[in-house]
Design a protein around this ligand. Structure first.
Ligand code: DAH
Length: 349
């Protein structure tokens, strides 16, 4: 079916549509790269390709028909070229033409393998600072007796902390420790002074689960007992710690009360979330309490079998979750317990 010498627009359209159908079929069905090349020469070849005839025929058309025919020509040409490229790509992929040898020097794609929890990171960092000062790590049981948790720590027998509302009892005399301070007593029963220990661990309280409280949380207990230890040592050591851990952040001591220390002090650091301006995390005060401390009460030393005339010392208990909040700018403590990897990924080192 040849194009007439002087085609009408209708002739031109009929013939070029026919050519398009044939060409698309030949290119699209080409069984291999050789067949594809043959189809290309047949339809798109620039010496004898079938499309050439239509390019030439444009000149023979009536003047008014030329724009329309030209558009048709261009459309068909683009369709055929696209079909050629697509089939070449398919055949090339199948033949492995794009497969390059593996580059063994390429860096591997990173794979998320999990990470330490932010509270664990903080505990490790704190332990490293105190290790340099000669502290070793000591551990104690989470299921504790009333005596270790309260009695030996100089809590009066009717202290409200022992109430069922605050303490989780497993059995009559077995409770989940409400703080890490019983490790002080257990350590002093086993080791003679000088003693310098750090005791990280989980503690439990019957508490609401809100932005600043959790029913289970980590604590780190510290204890230093020797001859001639004074409040100066406490303040200097904890001040050193604050500076090492928080850098330039301001820290302050406030008088406080605990049954197992006398005198007692709490240490605050300037809230790192609002830099002292006041925010929900610091309850608008601009300060965040990070630890309780004090000179170990002679009654505690005596309960543990230590001569309180000869030895003195100081202790502290701090909240690593609070500290992690400050370190990582986390307003709500609950995210530490959600195990949401999107959160953990942000902090992971
Ligand atoms: N055990 C206290 C608590 O859980 C914290 C604490 C305060 C521990 C003063 C200490 C200390 O060793 O000296 O709130």
């Amino acid at each position: 079916m040849r194009l007439p010498e002087s085609p009408s627009l209708a002739d031109y359209r009929r013939h070029i549509e026919r050519l398009a159908a044939d060409g698309l079929a030949a290119l699209g069905d080409a069984a291999g790269l050789d067949a594809l090349e043959a189809a290309r020469v047949e339809f798109l070849g620039d010496r004898r390709g079938q499309l050439l005839e239509f390019q030439r025929a444009l000149g023979a058309l009536a003047r008014d028909d030329k724009p329309e025919a030209g558009k048709l020509f261009n459309t068909v040409k683009r369709q055929l070229e696209a079909a050629l490229a697509e089939r070449r790509d398919q055949l090339g992929r199948a033949a492995g033409a794009y497969r390059r040898p593996a580059d063994l020097t390429m860096p591997a794609r990173p794979q998320w393998r999990g990470a330490k929890h932010p509270v664990t990171l903080v505990i490790e960092e704190i332990a490293a600072i105190f290790r340099e000062l000669g502290f070793t790590v000591a551990l104690g049981p989470e299921a504790e007796s009333e005596w270790y948790n309260f009695g030996a720590l100089n809590f009066p027998a009717d202290h409200p902390a022992m109430d069922m509302h605050d303490t989780l009892y497993l059995r009559d005399d077995v409770l989940l420790r409400t703080h890490t301070s019983p490790v002080q007593v257990r350590t002093l029963q086993r080791y003679a002074p000088p003693v310098r220990i750090l005791a990280p661990g989980n503690v439990y309280r019957r508490d609401f689960f809100d932005a600043s409280h959790a029913p289970m949380f980590a604590q780190i207990e510290g204890l230093c007992i020797d001859e001639g230890v004074s409040f100066v040592d406490l303040k200097a050591t904890l001040g050193h710690f604050a500076q090492r851990f928080f850098g330039a952040a301001r820290a302050r001591f406030r008088p406080s009360f605990f049954p197992f220390t006398e005198p007692s002090a709490e240490m605050d650091i300037e809230c790192q979330l609002c830099h002292g301006a006041g925010c929900p995390a610091c309850k608008g005060t601009g300060w965040m309490e990070i630890l309780g401390s004090g000179m170990v009460h002679p009654a505690v030393l005596e309960a543990a079998g230590i001569d309180s005339e000869k030895y003195t010392g100081w202790a502290f208990g701090m909240g690593p979750a609070r500290i992690a909040q400050q370190r990582y700018g986390v307003g709500d403590i609950r995210v530490f317990y959600d195990s949401d990897v999107r959160f953990l990924e942000q902090i992971a080192e």
